[in-house]
Design a protein. Sequence first.
Length: 316
Amino acid sequence: MTGADDSTRDHDGLPDDPGPTDDDATSAADGPDEPSAANDRTGGSTRRRSDRLPVRRDDPDRPGPGRRMADLLARTDSSAGVVKAARAARDLIPHNENPITGPRASDRVARLISESRTEKPSAIRELGLASIQVWQALVTTRRRRSDRTPVPATILFTDLVGFSTWALHAGDDQVLQLLRDVNGVTENIVRSRGGRIVKHLGDGTMAVFIDGVEAIEAGHEVIVAVSALTIGDYRPQLRAGLHTGEPRAVGDDFLGVDVNVAARVAAAAGAGELLASGATLEAAGADRYATRRRRFRAKGVPRDIEVFAVVPRYSD
């Protein structure tokens, strides 16, 4: 071994470090080596790749996807164009009456929908009312196609006494106001007593009840409530008549001899008077009321019909 060879070794006999090679420079430029399994097992300080990835932090002021979707729906619901289209679609649905003012269960749902968030237009509200109208149209069609089956019921007719004479001298505004007030009072009492308004007849109303007791109570309460109304210096007076039978249901209306009897009984009553047929008193229980038999004859009514003036008994 020559001296030149010895000069390449250090004092302990190992060759000197030749320095970094081209391969080492390439590796350094590419970044640190991946941690080995040995490093992981020995608890080495080499970091995992996942530790070196940037952590994504959501902006706390940025709304989430659920909130963005809710905002989009709210804007669409209040859009003038969408609301107009929903109203146009609703107008195309056939319906016979305003579902917001009727006495049916679906009418009550329609009232709840119409009264929700009324401070701004809503396409959802219009479509909700449209769905109620579709349902009622289907039910009405089904009823009209069904057999005209007799339905046990007590029929109430009311009528304003002297209305035509007063209306000749009163203005249209007063006439309309009186009819609105009378119809509103009548509807509220009939519904509270479990009855249903069948139709308004100018200055009168037709309603039906399943329970004869509730029908008599409703008739008396309507007479008292209407007598408390005033239009200018005019105080209206109502009369009412009741008959219990089995009228035939035709759609939302009722037909038959029993309906005609109830109308004739109401026409025979005086101002502030409630008349009821013997059939109604029998169904309700005559001992509940103070009664007075009335002479009664009417065209198209069986001669054996008995009619009584009826006043509820109130306990002390």
